[in-house]
Design a protein around this ligand. Structure first.
Ligand code: ADP
Ligand code: 2JD
Length: 292
């Protein structure tokens, strides 16, 4: 049996969303819309007979803050009654994107593990079941609500319902030619602090629920950007510095807004050109998760 497996998970920027609470984590999540990116996380997982050692690295350096990865491993071990003492597990996530800046890297870490580790242990796991594990890890950490299903399928994704990807329904805005994504990150924003705060929850849901219907009625890239910008303003999550960058990007592109939830501005364009200093430029991903 193989003892090593690698998977690419695209990252995901949410433009707007609505939080749907439920005491059952399989039914809790968000509806909303976002884009997946050709930049993302490549997770390489290795297992061998061992003594229960688990090492989790990011870019080949130990990452003690990676609670989402630890939680994903634990869910897998518990769910399939694996005796960890039989194995040594080594996981490395490679990513050029900042963590905690609205790129859905926490969901990508979880998916990177749920799409590799069970298979290496000989567990027969379906595509959607692997997604469910990542969703459960995200909900338990409050590090995300809806990135998982979008990253699995790729594209410009409209999430029509919330909860586990096993029951998830998505729609995609057609991408007829390559679209560049121009991003500029100036700082981090802890997802948990926003989605667990009642005042933020109220603003997010008041705006997000209305915008989703507007996108469904007119599902185009430019409308997605327009509605995302409205959400950033409505929710008052946008800082003055990010607003200034967005105003510049807006002039140069098809539209710009704030990556939810991070201190990141993003814009969509048919060209990679921008006057912004040191941006990260990639394209909209159309394929979703891919084994390497
Ligand atoms: N070096 C790190 N710093 C902060 N968080 C980290 C780090 N490495 C891994 N993590 C994990 O990533 C999560 C960040 O989640 P979140 O704020 O949602 O970021 P993102 O917007 O990138 O998904 C944390 O909950 C933590 O589990
Ligand atoms: C916006 C967010 C709740 C968090 O996204 P991130 O900070 O990138 O993990 C996302 O998971 C969503 O439900 O749309």
């Amino acid at each position: 049996m193989k003892n090593e497996l690698s998977v690419f998970v695209p990252s995901h920027i949410t433009g707007f969303f609505e939080i749907i609470q439920n005491s059952n984590p399989l039914l809790k999540g968000s509806k909303g819309a976002g884009i997946t990116l050709d930049e993302g996380v490549v997770t390489n997982t290795k297992i061998k007979d061992g003594n229960g050692n688990i090492i989790i690295n990011v870019n080949n350096k130990e990452d003690s803050l990676n609670t989402i990865s630890k939680k994903t491993v634990k869910i897998i071990l518990d769910r399939y009654n694996v005796n960890i003492q039989d194995y040594d597990i080594y996981i490395n996530h490679d990513s050029k994107l900042p963590i905690g800046a609205g790129f859905g890297t926490s969901a990508a870490f979880a998916l990177g593990i749920s799409f590799t580790l069970p298979k290496l242990m000989g567990i027969n796991i379906s595509f959607k079941e692997a997604g469910e594990i990542a969703h459960l890890a995200e909900i338990s950490q409050s590090s995300g609500l809806g990135d998982v299903i979008s990253e699995m399928f790729g594209g410009c994704v409209i999430r029509l319902n919330e909860g586990s990807p096993v029951k998830g329904i998505i729609d995609k805005i057609p991408i007829t030619k390559p679209i560049y994504v121009i991003t500029k990150t100036i700082g981090l924003l802890e997802t948990k602090d926003i989605i667990e705060n009642p005042i933020h929850q109220k603003h997010i849901n008041q705006s997000g629920s209305i915008l989703l219907n507007r996108l469904i009625n007119n599902p185009s890239i430019s409308n997605f950007m327009k509605l995302s910008r409205k959400f950033a303003n409505d929710t008052q999550l946008i800082s003055k510095e990010i607003a200034e960058i967005i105003n510049i990007l807006d002039e140069e592109t098809l539209g710009a807004s704030m990556a939810m939830l991070g201190n990141t501005a993003f814009a969509l364009s048919y060209s990679p050109d921008t006057t912004i200093d040191n941006p990260i430029i990639t394209k909209i991903n159309t394929k979703g998760i891919e084994y390497k």
